[in-house]
Design a protein around this ligand. Structure first.
Ligand code: ATP
Length: 191
């Protein structure tokens, strides 16, 4: 089993995330990609963060119908700061024979050496590095990290932009799956 691990705040999940996951699954022959929303992101503190159950629900709505995609609430249930090393250890214990591929943005890859127990993390998984349009390829300063690059469909979509649009009453149609857009409207998130 080759398992893609996609951690993020998903505040909210958007088409950029979905494209990355689909491209990575195809390029690296992943059997599954698991979307894992973080409880409290240790590296980012956006001012408006939707409660975890809402972010979890939006992930589920976004991935429904894709049999390769699944989600896990392991970080949300654990609560507190979400450290990837703890998540990977948990998954490794549950699936000792699986190979793990951790999807990571260039910004995060550059900072990987500062993550909790980084040297242990590199023994638990390989990394698939995704690049945003215009971003330079990041160098990973962590010794022993196995990093592959994804050349997919770089898209200039971000959760920050989506939240800003919602705050100002702008449209988010086509930036998130329709089911997610309707959920955001119904629950009046990010207003
Ligand atoms: P925010 O704008 O709130 O910082 P985000 O859009 O970066 O959020 P996250 O949930 O933080 O979304 O993303 C999870 C991971 O996906 C991060 O590693 C991030 O760099 C990466 N990512 C998100 N959107 C894109 C995109 N359009 N292209 C490439 N990578 C992306």
């Amino acid at each position: 089993m080759r398992l893609g691990i996609f951690g993020g705040t998903f505040n909210p999940i958007h088409l950029g995330h979905l494209l990355i996951a689909e491209d990575a699954a195809e390029a690296f022959h992943l059997d599954r990609v698991v979307f894992i929303p973080s409880a409290t992101p240790p590296h980012k503190r956006p001012r408006v963060i939707a409660p975890a159950p809402h972010r979890m629900r939006m992930v589920k709505l976004a991935i429904q119908g894709n049999t390769r995609f699944t989600s896990s609430d392991i970080e949300v249930r654990r609560g507190g700061p979400s450290y990837s090393v703890e998540t990977l250890r948990h998954l490794r214990a549950a699936m000792p024979r699986a190979e793990f591929f951790f999807l990571i943005g260039t910004d995060s890859l550059r900072e990987l050496h500062k993550w909790k127990e980084a040297p242990a993390l590199v023994n638990l998984c390989e990394f698939i590095c995704v690049t945003r349009p215009g971003e330079r390829v990041a160098r990973c300063r962590l010794r022993g990290a196995r990093v592959r690059r994804l050349t997919g469909h770089p898209t200039d979509v971000s959760s920050t932009d989506i939240r800003n649009r919602l705050t100002h009453g702008g449209t988010i149609r086509y930036l998130v799956p329709d089911a997610v857009r309707r959920y955001i409207e119904r629950c009046r998130l990010y207003r």
